[in-house]
Design a protein around this ligand. Sequence first.
Ligand SMILES: O=C(O)CCC(=O)C(=O)O
Length: 254
Amino acid sequence: MTTPPVVGDLRKSLADNGFVAIPALFSPAEVQEVADGLDGLFGRFGALPAVSTLDLGATDGEFGGDVPEILYPSLLASELRRTVVFRRSLALARQLLGPGTWFRFDHSIRKPPRCAYETVWHQDRVHKRSGLPERRLSMWIPTAPVGVEDGCMRYVPRSHLGGVLPHEEVAERRGALRTKGVDETTAVDCPLPLGGAVLHLFETVHSAHPNHGESTRTAWILQFTRPRAIVPVAAWAHRVVHEWHIRRWRRTDA
Ligand SMILES: O=C(O)CCC(=O)C(=O)O
């Protein structure tokens, strides 16, 4: 049995620090459902629609599976939306952000064993410059225990309070932006046991360690947002495009 987190405490940690780790949010069996769904997708990564896949480790336009990322895995494998993990995450997001909070986007990043790829320091908001007064919450859910060695998340406490910070492009990483001048000595690592999750806000500066371990590190990342009335056209179009490509892929994949 998992112990329900005290919502007031989580809300306070998020407001104060910009992130909060929850060590026991799901049971091993509940996480296994997610692991099975994601493994099925990563197992045929090369056959997924091109619009749904990225290789974060790719340089110079070389595309492989060095650090594979799947966009909208829950559109590709709809059973993911029916998992306890998804339903509990949505319910918790609604308790934290308020009624009308909706599921906006999901992705999954896999770092194979001995993968030197560090997810660079960034604020999620820097990639979305719409300026809309949107509150967004990310839930980072690993499918196995994760320590510093395996590529856990890390955060700069209170970094969400200073607005969007200056970022710079990262050589050989297409599209990646890195927060300038992060003082890593102030960062907090968030290792998690199986069944844990770590939550962060749209503005919180974060990064993930490389995976120096011997196990594959897979995380499912769910993003929730509020209010629903503010659906940026770009977000809506992004999803529609994905759904269209996935429908086409399903017809040819059948
Ligand atoms: O899983 C990772 O390596 C990074 C995830 C991340 O940066 C995010 O979800 O915003």
